[in-house]
Design a protein around this ligand. Structure first.
Ligand SMILES: NC(=O)c1ccc[n+]([C@@H]2O[C@H](COP(=O)([O-])OP(=O)(O)OC[C@H]3O[C@@H](n4cnc5c(N)ncnc54)[C@H](OP(=O)(O)O)[C@@H]3O)[C@@H](O)[C@H]2O)c1
Length: 244
């Protein structure tokens, strides 16, 4: 929020402007990822919009990123089958072997939504009850096709369209036919949940149940390239820029 700069002046009296953090069990950088805004984003979409029940199947796109990796730990903690969608075999094996996903589908192996949908059917044999959308386009089309009746979709991001390209939805009638709840949200408008969400996320990190990777670019001059890399999936986990 302070801009792309090395130093900024903030009003310390403004709620949330400054936060004292404890680095004894949680690394400092995690407060910008799993125990910060991205973690709360996953928490809000899962807990307040999807409202998961034990034994249900949860799906998340951009699964290995800052938000997706926190989503996995939170979903597993609620006893849900947790399935991810990510780009490339390396990210998918990291999702299963390190983040604890039950399965992860590499969307880059699928030329269209139909093919991705078939792959999702194999790893979600009971359908999908909750979907957390970070991407849009083909990924959302495929996820929609696997939703169970009365499923819930938290619309968090549409990164496939951040370059301005239109992201049409191929079968919006599925929202009606499957009686879905589809809700977008902006995490900074939900400050009331931050303390509860951060407490759970902090415990998950401190107890080793959430160990998200980070991609660290060095120096402010590397920030533009790091940002563009996010839009190409070049980051592995939370993208950070180390200033000093
Ligand atoms: N609503 C809110 O309040 C809120 C708050 C925070 C973040 N967000 C959104 O949440 C999403 C995830 O954020 P994050 O910080 O955790 O980012 P991230 O997942 O760490 O990084 C973005 C990832 O998106 C994937 N991606 C990029 N371009 C794509 C494309 N064209 N098609 C498919 N996948 C693509 C890439 O993963 P792959 O290599 O796996 O494709 C990339 O690594 C973003 O859409 C962000 O805007 C929303």
């Amino acid at each position: 929020m302070g801009g792309w700069q090395q130093y900024s002046v903030v009003n310390g009296n403004e709620p949330g402007a400054l936060r004292q953090v404890d680095t004894r069990q949680i690394p400092l950088s995690a407060y910008l990822g799993a125990v910060g805004m991205p973690g709360v984003t996953a928490w809000y979409g899962l807990v307040k919009i999807i409202e998961p029940k034990k034994g249900e199947t949860m799906l998340v796109s951009a699964a290995t990123g800052a938000v997706g990796s926190a989503f996995a730990a939170l979903s597993r903690a609620r006893g849900c089958r947790t399935v991810g969608i990510a780009g490339g075999p390396e990210k998918c094996s990291y999702a299963v072997n390190e983040l604890g996903f039950d399965a992860c589908i590499d969307y880059k192996r699928h030329p269209n939504a139909g093919s991705l949908s078939k792959a999702l059917k194999e790893v979600c044999p009971n359908g999908v009850d909750g979907h957390f959308e970070n991407v849009g386009g083909m990924v959302l089309d495929a996820a929609l096709s696997r939703m169970n009746p009365f499923g819930r979709i938290a619309v968090c991001g549409m990164i496939a369209g951040y370059n301005g390209a239109p992201l049409p939805l191929t079968y919006p009638a599925l929202i009606l036919v499957s009686r879905l709840k589809v809700q977008g949200f902006i995490v900074t408008e939900q400050m009331q949940v931050w303390p509860e969400a951060l407490a759970e996320l902090g415990t998950l990190v401190a107890t080793g149940k959430l160990r998200a990777r980070e991609s660290i670019a060095e120096g402010i001059e590397s920030a533009p390239a790091a940002f563009l890399g996010l839009l190409k999936g070049q980051n592995f986990g939370k993208q950070l820029v180390k200033l000093i």
